[in-house]
Ligand binder design. Structure first.
Ligand code: C5P
Length: 223
């Protein structure tokens, strides 16, 4: 199992999917799980600041996530919400929802179950998020903390938004990336934090191939 943590815009998701594909492993995007709970909160017209109500939505949510790195899909019940969870409404509210301890508890249990099931069937999984190396899998044999400069992260997010048809400006994207990272790093429950034994990888001057190559080298070194 490989734990891949870091702030937004580091290329984490692309690297994690490519890595899982190269290793024949499963893939879990925990950010998509927090985003889907956030969408359910917004649809239920619950105030993201109302922790009790938000926690209840998390307990009730019918969230289905694929662990195939090539064919990613997230569903709320039968409805595919993969595109909607990347939209502005969810992105604005997700850090508040993710800071609710009950939400983290519910998703932690689901993540543990998925990791166990996928490892039993496929022998391995790449899990990406903010607290994988610290809270979800502190015993993971390889933990990578992916970083990049704020400028590089804002530019990557803006390019990704443009490629997927979402309208944004570089300034607005940069402000959002910084706002979210600030909230994610400062929350009390499982903040964005590198594990003590994580390998730091700065992707500012590396492309996806470069990052992937470095992680595959680490996998080889650790047998
Ligand atoms: O990775 P992504 O940008 O999709 O994550 C969206 C949000 O989900 C993050 O900004 C963070 O608030 C939350 N998150 C989290 N813990 C994780 C993964 C994501 O709190 N393990």
């Amino acid at each position: 199992m490989i734990a891949l943590d870091g702030p937004s815009g580091t290329g984490k998701s692309t690297v994690a999917r490519r890595l899982a594909t190269a290793l024949g492993a499963g893939y879990l995007d925990t950010g998509a799980m927090y985003r889907t709970v956030t969408l359910a909160v917004l649809r239920a017209e619950v105030d993201p600041g109302d922790a009790a109500a938000v926690g209840q939505v998390a307990e009730d949510v019918d969230l289905r996530i694929s662990t195939d790195p090539v064919d990613q899909d997230v569903r709320l019940g039968d409805e595919s919400v993969s595109a909607e969870i990347r939209g502005q409404a969810v992105t604005m509210a997700v850090s508040a929802v993710s800071a609710v301890p009950k939400v983290r508890e519910v998703l932690r249990l689901r993540q543990w179950r998925i990791i166990e099931d996928v490892c039993a069937v496929q022998g391995g999984i790449v899990v990406e998020g903010r607290d994988i190396g610290t809270a979800i899998a502190p015993d993971a044999p390889l933990k990578v903390f992916l970083t990049a400069s704020a400028d590089a992260r804002a530019l990557r997010r803006a390019n990704q938004d443009a490629a997927e048809g979402r309208r944004s400006t570089l300034e607005a994207t940069r402000a959002d990336v910084e706002r979210r990272d600030g909230l994610d790093s400062s929350r009390a429950a499982s903040p964005l934090q590198p594990a003590d034994d994580a390998v730091w990888l700065d992707s500012t001057d590396l492309d996806i191939e470069g990052v992937l190559g470095r992680i595959l080298d680490l996998v080889d070194e650790r047998g």
